[in-house]
Design a protein around this ligand. Structure first.
Ligand code: MN
Length: 368
């Protein structure tokens, strides 16, 4: 068996996927949170697979894309996504699917129609919601990687019709999820090999050379001004930020992490949409051993991570009426910085404990 087969039995999984699609004729594919290239590409591929089976599928995402690159990708590849809240799902859909997210819970959908499909590559979490088919492969650098193997096993010709667009979307999904292939694993490279002939490089170039917007630059400045260094972590609060610019925080995190002496970067802000407020904190790390997921889950259940990347949110709606926004920011800022410092120290203590444990076992072994 080759090493691809060890982690991903594409023939078996793709057969199960087809069976599940056939069982439900009308599938709602739900993108949770801010739509990123990986979630978009993988959801699009699932839609194509459904349609090839004569099943109906709609990709729904209540949040509009926020980065210009993602907007461009959706537009240029003609990816059909409905950016509206889902209403009356029982009337229109038989089941739903969630890709590229740890949890399949969707307010107003879960419990109303069954969850048919969950495909993800984040660290698994315990969840009681029943799902017909779960394909959870942590070894993959992206869900796009998983979808490429499934499509290949189903004999999809990436040169045909919409699959060429899917190939380009996959490529961009893998690129962004693996930080420009820096963290790509052998499974991702094999997947890239499968699609590489069909990828539209001109389009990808156009997307990746888009200049930063004026707003993004001003958030960059704010982040640089507000950054504080705590041991090997860099923490930066950027103040209030509109929902549509939220993903800029991720780009800022990627940029700040380039500094040599850092193990992790956290960029956070109060995200505003309509009259709603949310603390959103984005993590970037280059420490392979730092268990970001465990660290974030300790702060709040409303968050999670995979290797090198993570985020958490805290709802602040109650404070939306606070007349003094500076005061509110001060409170959120101080609390968040103190919480993060504490987590930095505890994560470090845990690492040391593990290290001492290993040394102890080794020393004991010497006298046995
Ligand atoms: Mn992903």
């Amino acid at each position: 068996m080759n090493d691809k087969g060890k982690t991903l039995d594409a023939v078996k999984l793709s057969a199960q996927l087809l069976e599940t699609i056939k069982k439900y004729r009308r599938l709602l594919i739900y993108i949770k949170g801010s739509p990123d290239p990986d979630a978009i590409a993988a959801s699009y591929a699932l839609k194509l697979l459904c349609e090839a089976q004569g099943a109906d599928a709609l990709i729904a995402c209540p949040q509009e894309p926020s980065l210009p690159q993602n907007i461009r990708m959706i537009k240029d590849l003609h990816l059909p996504i409905r950016f509206k809240p889902v209403e009356d799902c029982k009337k229109h859909w038989d089941a739903y699917a969630v890709l590229d997210h740890q949890s399949v819970f969707v307010e107003g959908v879960t419990g109303v129609i069954p969850c048919a499909i969950h495909i993800d590559h984040h660290e698994q979490v315990k969840e009681e919601i029943p799902v017909d088919l779960r394909i959870l492969i942590e070894e993959a650098g992206s869900v796009s990687t998983i979808m490429i193997f499934l499509a290949e096993a189903l004999g999809i010709n990436f040169n045909q019709n919409h699959w060429r667009h899917a190939a380009t979307a996959f490529y961009y999904g893998i690129q962004t999820d693996t930080d420009d292939f820096q963290h790509a694993v052998p499974l991702d490279h094999k997947a890239l090999e499968i699609i590489s002939l069909y990828v539209d490089k001109t389009l990808l170039n156009r997307i990746s050379t888009l200049p930063f917007t004026k707003e993004a630059m001003s958030f960059f400045n704010q982040a640089l001004k507000n950054q504080i260094l705590y041991k090997d972590w860099l923490i930066s609060g950027i103040g209030f930020i509109e929902q549509k610019h939220r993903d800029t925080m991720g780009l800022i995190g990627d940029f700040l992490l380039k500094r040599e002496d850092l193990k992790a970067v956290v960029v956070f802000g109060i995200v505003e949409k309509d009259s709603r407020l949310m603390l959103d904190a984005l993590f970037r790390s280059k420490d392979e051993d730092l268990n970001l997921n465990a660290l974030i889950k300790k702060i709040t259940k409303e968050g999670g991570a995979r290797k090198f990347k993570g985020a958490f949110q805290v709802n602040l709606d109650y404070f939306a009426n606070c007349p003094d926004r500076d005061l509110l920011w001060q409170m959120v800022y101080t609390t968040t910085v103190e919480t993060l410092k504490k987590e930095r120290d505890e994560a470090h203590a845990f690492e040391l404990q593990k290290l001492f444990g290993t040394i102890k076992r080794k020393v004991q072994g010497m006298f046995r």
